[in-house]
Design a protein around this ligand. Structure first.
Ligand code: 4AD
Length: 481
């Protein structure tokens, strides 16, 4: 007989059939009721032990956290709260488990404590629900692109170009750190390094994705990206996963349509497939809300928020309109913003983005047409912009509670404009010769965006700290596990 998962057993109609099951003990009550969980579902299965028929020494080893192999009969449950249970005929404790030191006790633990025990935190309901949702979201993303004619490409993780400018990079080198080979001017001689040049971990797969879009049409990359920024916030990681579609012959309006349709589609998918986990996390948040003053409580529950995004259009607002709204806003006039908005051209901080989505529009917002000088070199310069007020075809998607979820743009397809921009920013043409080639051979309008996967998981699960939606977070001063 092969073991079944708890998820499949709970869907079965009990007919006193013999079954086997393996899992970890969540609780063992009254020497009689074992709540067993195997990760296949949020729910535990109740295993009922006949105390008189079991050796006491064996039962002593049935402790919270222990791994068990249970044989028994699946029967209709005698108690409340579950439809079926297992009348246990035999228990094998699969290995040692020390109940004295096991960190995940059947009580409420703080998220800080669980972060320190991240290798065991998926044995709690909250983290198992979050990580099942993360897995479903990842699948839904691949499914969306596959269903819509996109090719998945793997962009390199080690990169020789530092052109994206998306953030500080982590160097990849196998030179002797204590005694590196030096040039005559005492700088490190990377010609002697593994790749014969300076290399780093990638901050984005976009530039390489562009090369494939210009031959395969519609592509996406979904991989880890690395940024060595010292931003110790609840929304930044040094290693995070990014989804970057890139599409030939698509302009900025098409890019916005794609991003909106894509996000709604993956959220719809989790609503349909992970109801149990979502309902659990919704309840967790409702309980947390009860501890807050009425004025700080959220107007919508978790599932209502997700449904709201799925059912409503994202508001599309130009940067210029957004600046006018912010300039005239109460927090700006009353100097409650840390960074006061006084003129066109200001870079928007997260306090401004949050005001726009949470207070002003109260829905996801796509901001577009940003000033050229606060955005990356590869973004398409708008035609007919006023001198001194040049804008690029950029878009950022802002979400309530999260802030920036997506950053993207129509790309500059005109060789001479791109070269001028690179020159102004001192970006080497030699390094990006291949990127410039795209503008020499069969150049065309094309666009794409990057979605921060962990920020999407935060929104979907209602978790407030990005460290709690990735298995092993990498942040400044922290790379445990
Ligand atoms: O806006 P960003 O920097 O865009 C790019 O990297 C472009 N190359 C994307 C493209 O057009 N293909 O980053 C995109 C998204 C952000 O909107 C945010 O959701 C997420 O990546 N992100 C982070 N997530 C977690 N930790 C960080 N340090 C992040 N930095 C960006």
């Amino acid at each position: 007989m092969t073991s079944k998962t708890i998820a499949s057993l709970l869907k079965t109609v009990a007919k006193s059939q013999d079954i086997e099951i393996k899992g970890w003990v969540r609780t063992f009550r009254a020497n009689r009721f074992i709540a067993l969980n195997d990760g296949s579902t949020l729910q535990n299965i109740q295993c009922v032990v006949d105390f008189d028929k079991m050796e006491e020494a064996l039962l002593k080893r049935v402790t919270t956290g222990a791994a068990l192999h249970i044989k028994g009969q699946l029967i209709e449950s005698q108690g409340k709260g579950q439809s079926v249970e297992i009348a246990v005929t035999s228990i094998t404790v699969l290995g040692d488990s020390d109940p004295e030191t096991y960190p995940i006790q059947p009580k409420k633990h703080s998220f800080e404590f669980l972060r320190e025990n991240a290798h065991l935190r998926t044995r709690t309901n909250t983290f198992s629900a979050v990580m099942r949702l993360r897995s479903t979201l990842s699948f839904a993303i691949h499914k969306y692109f596959n269903d819509n004619g996109f090719y998945h490409m793997h962009t390199p993780i080690i990169t020789g170009s530092d052109a994206e400018g998306a953030g500080e990079m982590f160097r990849v080198s196998n030179l002797d750190a204590k005694n590196p080979p030096l040039n005559e001017d005492d700088t490190v001689n990377y010609k002697e390094d593994f790749f014969g040049k300076e290399t780093n971990l990638t901050v984005s797969g976009q530039l390489e994705a562009e090369t494939y879009a210009m031959s395969l049409g519609k592509v996406y990359t979904f991989g880890p990206t690395f940024r060595a920024e010292n931003s110790n916030t609840s929304r930044h990681l040094a290693e995070f996963w990014m989804i970057e579609p890139e599409v030939a012959f698509m302009d900025l309006a098409g890019n916005m349509d794609l991003a909106e349709d894509f996000m709604k589609s993956v959220l719809r998918y989790v609503l349909e497939h992970n109801r149990e986990d979502l309902e659990f996390l919704e309840q967790r948040l409702l309980d947390e809300e009860k501890t807050k003053p009425q004025s700080e409580r959220s107007e919508m529950s978790l599932i209502e928020k997700i449904n709201f995004v799925v059912d409503n259009n994202f508001k599309r607002v130009s940067y210029t309109e957004a600046i006018d709204i912010l300039k005239n806003s109460n927090p700006n006039k009353k100097k409650q913003f840390k960074y006061i908005i006084d003129k066109w051209g200001a870079d928007l901080q997260s306090e401004h983005e949050r005001f726009l989505v949470e207070k002003h529009f109260k829905c996801p917002v796509i901001l577009f047409d940003y000033p050229a000088n606060i955005k990356a070199f590869y973004m398409r310069l708008n035609d007919n912009t006023e001198p001194g007020r040049e804008t690029v075809r950029a878009m950022d998607i802002l979400f309530p509670g999260i802030g920036e979820m997506v950053g993207g743009s129509q790309r500059e397809e005109r060789l001479h404009v791109l070269k001028e921009k690179m020159k102004a920013l001192d970006i080497s043409e030699e390094e990006l010769w291949w990127y410039l080639d795209l503008r020499k051979y069969g150049t065309a309008v094309h666009s794409g965006f990057g979605l921060g996967f962990e920020r999407l998981v935060m929104f979907t699960t209602g978790m407030g700290n990005i460290r709690d939606v990735i298995p092993y977070p990498r942040t400044p001063q922290n790379a445990e596990f």
